[in-house]
Design a protein around this ligand. Sequence first.
Ligand SMILES: NC(=O)c1ccc[n+]([C@@H]2O[C@H](COP(=O)([O-])OP(=O)(O)OC[C@H]3O[C@@H](n4cnc5c(N)ncnc54)[C@H](OP(=O)(O)O)[C@@H]3O)[C@@H](O)[C@H]2O)c1
Length: 448
Amino acid sequence: MKEILTAIQAPDATAADFAALPLPESYRAITVHKDETDLFEGLAGCDKDPRKSLHLDEVAVPELGPGEALVAVMASSVNYNSVWTSIFEPLPTFAFLERYGKRNELAKRHDLPYHVIGSDLSGVVLRTGPGVNAWKPGDEVVAHCLSVELESADGHDDTMLDPEQRIWGFETNFGGLAELALVKSNQLMPKPGHLTWEEAAASGLVNSTAYRQLVSRNGAGMKVGDNVLIWGASGGLGSYATQLVLAGGGTPVCVVSNEQKAEICRSMGAEAVIDRNAEGYTFWKDEHTQDPREWKRFGKRIRELTGGEDVDIVFEHPGRETFGASVYVTRKGGTVVTCASTSGYQHQYDNRYLWMSLKRIVGSHFANYREAWEANRLIAKGKIHPTLSRTYPLAETGQAAYDVHRNLHQGKVGILALAPEEGLGVRDAEFRARHVDALNRFRGVQED
Ligand SMILES: NC(=O)c1ccc[n+]([C@@H]2O[C@H](COP(=O)([O-])OP(=O)(O)OC[C@H]3O[C@@H](n4cnc5c(N)ncnc54)[C@H](OP(=O)(O)O)[C@@H]3O)[C@@H](O)[C@H]2O)c1
């Protein structure tokens, strides 16, 4: 790995130099183990500890197939999907790998007793497989996490609809929380030159997801002036949703759980912020019964902040705990757009508020190729900024995932893979200087 890192840090290394680098036989990677999927049996989800299930292992370099690329990973990030993987919920990810492995001879590579996880990376292309023309060794890249086969017409218009759609590093092996990663070459996108490796690795999954969910016609199709209620507005998805609403000329109504997070939202430019803990909303009276009076109180508070208007869009992901309130507070004809159910996926809402008020519920999941590319372009143009708050070395990924699981983090949490320290990889210092305040907004902000 030393030779690879030296080449990456050499200012004049050429594509030929990278192509001539010998590949190691193995690399360090964060894994879960197939023989440990019952590790947390009998524990509540919140008591399952990713520090126990995530391992740093030396694993074999996978064979490179047609249309694929092997990337030296400088940095990665923790996404909530890695938290789900680490606590084996809602099911162990080995089920995905087994199914993928049955697809063909080459896909068998993915079905292993360990799963190398991680759905973000920034780094440098080391090798490309047959049929790859757009990328070459030495290219500095980020990767989005959509893996598709495109053999069925179902996915030709919107690649998320491909029947063989998988999230790389979650439903495939050889993910980004490692020193090397295997991707399909059409996952690659240019690394924005003004960002460090760790900043560049922070955004791919959440920014693309928020972009489809909110901006794309496949999601809520936000327009100028829309009021958008954003749950977890300083979190992974929410910190990008807040920026997208502001950049698109809308008004974010940010919901967070403490004053520190409220301040982060204000620093991004949001004016309407609700501290759900300080205001004490209790949408559920008990495990089975919701409290519509609390929905009303929440709706009234939103109107106070918007000058009497309801929200056009609700950016949903907490799920069970908030969904009833989300449906209630959406304006007549508005849209609840959901991509997750962190607090439980059996939702309950009062359907009268949906049909009588002609509201829509839209399901959204990651982003298609084009949406991911457009989302990355916004980062490269400095219109949306990474919301990295902290980085950890690869060996401490378990702790990083623990922090995200316990909601102890802000924005995004980064992981240094081959990058020996923070702050490396900037190629356009001048452009960076123009955005440095926005890039540092989340840095060093820790939970009280
Ligand atoms: N389908 C997809 O493509 C996709 C993509 C990305 C993420 N996701 C899913 O989306 C969810 C959020 O991901 P993320 O990266 O944004 O995670 P995150 O960084 O942990 O942020 C989520 C935020 O939501 C808020 N929240 C959590 N539980 C809540 C509850 N019960 N009620 C109200 N607010 C709550 C918290 O903010 P406050 O404490 O400040 O309120 C938390 O910081 C996860 O389940 C993840 O798996 C799905």
